[in-house]
Design a protein around this ligand. Sequence first.
Ligand code: FE
Ligand code: ZN
Ligand code: FE
Length: 171
Amino acid sequence: MEANTLKELYVDHLRDIYSAENQITKALPKMAKKAGSEELKQAFEEHLRQTENQISRLEQIFGSLEKNPRGKKCIGMEGLIDEGKEIMSEKMKAEVMDAALIAAAQKVEHYEIAAYGTVRAYAELLGEQQAVDLLEQTLEEESAADEKLTGIAASTINVKALNGERLEEAA
Ligand code: FE
Ligand code: ZN
Ligand code: FE
């Protein structure tokens, strides 16, 4: 990458997120399939639909910038997804696997929240108001997805995983 202005850095970061989102659309169906809890499965499926919409928002931004969204691979997201694949290949009790899937998904959400926060700040400085609005909508969805996962973990999954451990210890 060569970037001499904030605008160039902005486009570069948008391409990185575009790649990240596309990788996520491939990972989420696998995570939904692997999830044992129906609530978690539905949360992944719902976030897949949101992610597809987030990709459309990015395409809208690239359209107004008259730039190609492709050309960059998000290595950070590739790493997070590789970790997710590793988790899914391991042998775990269903409840523990669900807790591990939530942990992996929340790392993805936090990465996205950081990345979208950065590009939203750049868009504000660059006076790209339409992009600011679109990025803000996505940022809110990512935060809500993250909070939803925290809720599922705290209310059921982590508790079930905890109880599973205890039962095994007692046996
Ligand atoms: Fe996203
Ligand atoms: Zn990246
Ligand atoms: Fe997300």
